[in-house]
Design a binder for this molecule. Sequence first.
Ligand SMILES: Cc1cc2nc3c(=O)[nH]c(=O)nc-3n(C[C@H](O)[C@H](O)[C@H](O)COP(=O)(O)OP(=O)(O)OC[C@H]3O[C@@H](n4cnc5c(N)ncnc54)[C@H](O)[C@@H]3O)c2cc1C
Length: 264
Amino acid sequence: MINIKEYIAPESIEKAYEVLMSRSNNLILGGCGFIKLDCKSIDTAIDLCNLSLDYIIENEKEILIGADTSLRELEINNIIKNYCGGVISSGVSYIGGVQLRNMARVGASVFSRYGFSDLLPPLLVLEARVRLYRGGIINLKEFLDKEYERDILLEIILPKKEGVAVFDCLRKTSGDFSIINGAMFKGKDGDYKIAIGSRPERAKLAVKASEALKDGINIDRALDMAAKELDFGTNIRGSKEYREDMCRVLVKRMYDRVGDYCDR
Ligand SMILES: Cc1cc2nc3c(=O)[nH]c(=O)nc-3n(C[C@H](O)[C@H](O)[C@H](O)COP(=O)(O)OP(=O)(O)OC[C@H]3O[C@@H](n4cnc5c(N)ncnc54)[C@H](O)[C@@H]3O)c2cc1C
């Protein structure tokens, strides 16, 4: 069971960060989906609810998603649904049930960099950036490659892009974690981005396969390239070999779907 000694909801991000850093067992609360499953003692739990971080807004060049936005909001918000084929809405719609998606927050989901995340592959192919209180704005790809550092994720920044993207995954049953998942983006100019997650490590871009597709390589060769350039592992959901094979299947399925979109 989790034991929280003190709960605060600071009025400023500076205060939230100061309290977070003042003790190693202080932490930021998201929707508490995972925190409440833990068994530890927390000195001060910091709620971001007073910092106005629950928003999805757009300007000419970008879409901004606040860290306190729920996954359910990502699923149903019209800006996100109409952005690049609705790939983000599609990815998060697989996560648990509506109750869980109402509770789980974007900031927690991205900052925690879960290997099984159904949100990270879409964000990677869309070249999202993250705004961290201490670390500033960095590319999501760079953030995922970095060593873990305590910080507060404030916002996700999506560049407005011309193109479509699709999400796909393989799970034993709905509500379970993905055995493997992925997203593919196809831009107006024929550029591709492929990301594969639940390998079971966190999502990663298949850079060589993406570039080869742009250069017109045959899809059968591109999916072999993707399976070879990414590394896979074994856990209770699937073996390394199975994941490698299924990566090929996902890449082919996503390629067919983005093709269909673009030909419309
Ligand atoms: C039963 C269950 C099934 C799930 N299935 C899936 C699935 O199939 N696919 C999938 O992608 N996800 C799945 N998830 C994960 C879910 O989507 C969320 O990512 C997860 O619950 C964390 O979000 P939260 O808001 O609940 O975070 P919390 O549990 O509140 O926090 C998680 C961690 O993030 C930290 N944190 C919170 N907010 C911030 C912030 N702004 N900045 C920095 N650190 C922060 C917290 O301190 C904590 O360490 C599942 C979760 C549960 C509980």
